[in-house]
Design a protein around this ligand. Structure first.
Ligand code: HPA
Length: 254
């Protein structure tokens, strides 16, 4: 097997339904161990790698994920295109709970995370272009995949990456809204930037699992989040599978 496509699972997607596992690869990198061994297998006949970023039982919180090891492991195993799944809160009214979106911009509010492969004396310093933080081709695969799977997605969105693991205050969400953010999650960064540093074509499929703090009057509960996930994850998986199939077709015809 030589999969070129990878899927990074997020909250609610610790296992990839439908994945026919061929191999568990205990990857090690100079940055440490990825969240789990990388799973190599086929999804609807498409060869791919799967890595749940929170580990098996969602044990690793967002600020403790070894993003560098995860991205380095996928790159070293030959991934070229990465579809990341992110559970998020909805800030804008266009993104109610249950919405799937393919964000096109990102703002990083995280801190204290190892956010670059060039953080140490590891070689020449690179300032990678991040004007478009998500890869256009990978986004297109997600959008076409969604269309092929008959799954409605919002084809845009500014993703705010917050530190977590707590949810935000209402005032923090008001500030994010003023900054132009539509979605808020805890894992979009530094993952997207690290993927760019490794020259991986990376895009995100974001599932809105709750309205962000203060947007609705109700308190945000894990029960509500889990209920949305249980209902909507199958649509996300269908989209990811169709996106991977589309990407595999493009990689075959360079
Ligand atoms: N805020 C931050 N991250 C999240 C949220 C949220 O409301 N929902 C799911 N991930």
């Amino acid at each position: 097997m030589n999969p070129r496509i990878a899927i990074i699972g997020g909250s609610g997607l610790q296992a990839l339904p439908g994945l026919k596992l061929v191999e568990q690869i205990p990857a090690t990198t100079i940055w440490g161990l990825p969240s789990t061994p990388v799973q190599a297998g086929t999804l609807d006949g498409v060869e791919l790698l799967f890595l749940p970023r929170h580990g098996g039982a969602r044990a690793i919180p967002p600020h403790r994920v070894n993003y560098r090891a995860n991205i380095a492991a996928l790159a070293e195993l030959g991934a070229r295109q990465v579809f990341a799944f992110n559970a998020v809160g909805g800030i804008d009214a266009d993104f109610p709970a249950g919405t799937l979106a393919v964000p096109d911009q990102i703002i990083d509010y995280t801190w204290g995370r190892e956010h670059s492969f060039w953080a140490d004396d590891t070689g020449e310093l690179l300032h990678v272009d991040f004007t478009q933080p998500y890869d256009g081709g990978a986004r297109e695969c997600l959008l076409r995949g969604a269309r092929a799977a008959g799954v409605p997605v919002v084809p845009r969105g500014v993703y705010a990456a917050t530190q977590g693991p707590r949810l935000e205050s209402a005032a923090e969400i008001r500030r994010l809204r003023q900054d132009g953010c539509d979605l808020v999650g805890m894992t979009g960064m530094p993952e997207a930037a690290l993927a760019r540093e490794k020259n991986l074509a990376y895009a995100s499929l974001a599932l809105v699992v709750n309205m962000a703090a203060g947007i609705s009057a109700a308190e945000i509960t894990m029960a509500e989040i889990r209920a949305v996930m249980a209902r909507e994850i199958p649509r996300a998986v269908r989209t990811l599978a169709a996106a991977a199939a589309h990407a595999a077709g493009e990689l075959r015809t360079p």
